[in-house]
Design a protein around this ligand. Structure first.
Ligand code: UDP
Length: 373
């Protein structure tokens, strides 16, 4: 079969590789001039630091199959994400843990005391939280919500946390101990040579042709027996049902000597501070030595046509447009929709890889059986 993968991010690369290994001919087209999508990394020309060009990406998973997969293509170094946040003139530890709670409330509570203290503040009348705000009020109470989540979320998503799904907050744990590991996953690491080298290695197969700076056209699709679409779901259908909302990010780069902020990611919870976070990239590679340092000051805004889409917003009110697009996608023969943009879901890298591996397996079996996919 002739397979066309639209997009050379994780979904396109992993699926393309699996199909090429199964003996199919794979063409990958990528509109940008690099592979790896939004996990693209490159060395900063001035400082030599490996930069996460589209914002911080930390690999974490509990899925041994995904871990085996990525370590086939890249050497990884152990890496724990320890995020700080600046709020109201003080620096706190994230995710909200016993240190955060004790510091914020000026207390010295032990775990059980803190749990009872927070439960006292939680709004237990909210039985089944639907929105981000309900989830926060139900589990962390109003003070921590106002300080650490409300302002940041308004800046990040450009809307009220009342209009966002509870699932966004469920990404973050609340801990009643001093564990400040941002993720609770067994495997947490950083590819030593960056994500772009890893994705290039995945794509390095004699059955795969990669074309950079090549936007999708109908001609490409006409030459393929099957298309793997990893671009925006609504773009595939020419936005015929309307535009699904995405957030895009802007990064203001600055450099300094030595160590500028002392950690990789500093969040800014206050609504009045424009940035959501500042990333100091050298801290993602603590095994490297650089005299200079490069930081990205990150702000978020609505994605306009022509901007790079980052986050699917999934406003509560957008649900019906989304389900209509999903129905269109399900009814489209010969095309598989994958990834954060192709399925319009807030996916982490490991889930993206898992879904691409599973989809490839299904496709390989369907092609072998001669069934239309
Ligand atoms: N969040 C917040 N305050 C923070 C960090 C996160 O309110 O200091 C909220 C925010 O809405 C964010 C969500 O939690 O979009 C998920 O955070 P995560 O760190 O997983 O975001 P990502 O790194 O994927 O942008």
């Amino acid at each position: 079969m002739d397979i066309l993968c639209v997009g050379a991010g994780l979904s396109g690369a992993v699926t393309g590789r699996a199909l090429a290994e199964a003996g199919h001919r794979v063409t990958v087209i990528e509109a940008r001039d690099h592979v790896a999508g939004n996990c693209h990394t490159e060395r900063d020309p001035e400082t030599g630091v490996m930069v996460h060009v589209y914002g911080p990406h930390i690999f974490h998973t509990d899925d041994p199959g995904v871990w085996d997969y990525v370590t086939r293509f890249a050497a990884f170094r152990p890496y724990k994400n320890r995020v700080k946040t600046t709020v109201g003139g003080a620096v706190y530890s994230l995710p909200v843990n016993l240190h955060t709670i004790n510091q914020f409330f000026g207390r010295t509570m032990r775990p059980d005391e803190a749990r009872a203290f927070i439960e006292e503040k939680a709004d237990t009348t909210i039985a089944d939280p639907q929105s981000f705000e309900e989830q926060a009020l139900r589990f962390v109470g109003p003070e921590l919500y106002e300080a650490f989540f409300k302002g940041y979320t308004e800046k990040q998503w450009g809307c009220s946390p009342r209009d966002l799904p509870a699932a966004i907050l469920k990404r973050l744990p609340l801990r009643f101990n001093y564990d400040d590991d941002y993720f609770a996953h067994r495997f947490q690491a950083m590819p030593e040579a960056g994500y772009t080298a890893m994705v290039a290695a995945i794509l390095d197969h004699p059955g795969i042709d990669v074309h950079l700076a090549t936007p999708f056209t109908e001609d490409h699709a006409a030459r393929a027996d099957h298309v793997i679409w990893t671009g925006p779901l609504d773009a595939y259908f020419d936005h015929r049902l309307g535009r699904l909302g995405y957030r895009t990010l802007d990064f203001e780069r600055f450099t300094a000597r030595g160590d500028w902020q002392g950690c990789a990611v500093m969040n800014y919870g206050d609504r009045e501070v424009p940035q959501t976070r500042i990333t100091e990239h050298k801290h993602f590679a603590p095994w490297e030595v650089h005299a200079g340092t490069v930081c990205y000051r990150e702000t978020s805004r609505a994605c306009e046509p022509g901007d790079t889409p980052y986050y699917p917003i999934r406003l509560v009110e957008e649900k019906s447009m989304l389900s209509d697009y999903v129905a269109l996608a399900e009814g489209t023969r010969g095309v598989t929709f994958l990834g954060r943009l192709g399925t319009y879901r807030y996916l982490d890298m490991d889930v993206t890889i898992r879904e691409a591996l599973d989809a490839s397996e299904t496709l390989v079996s369907a092609f072998e059986a001669g069934a239309p996919a």
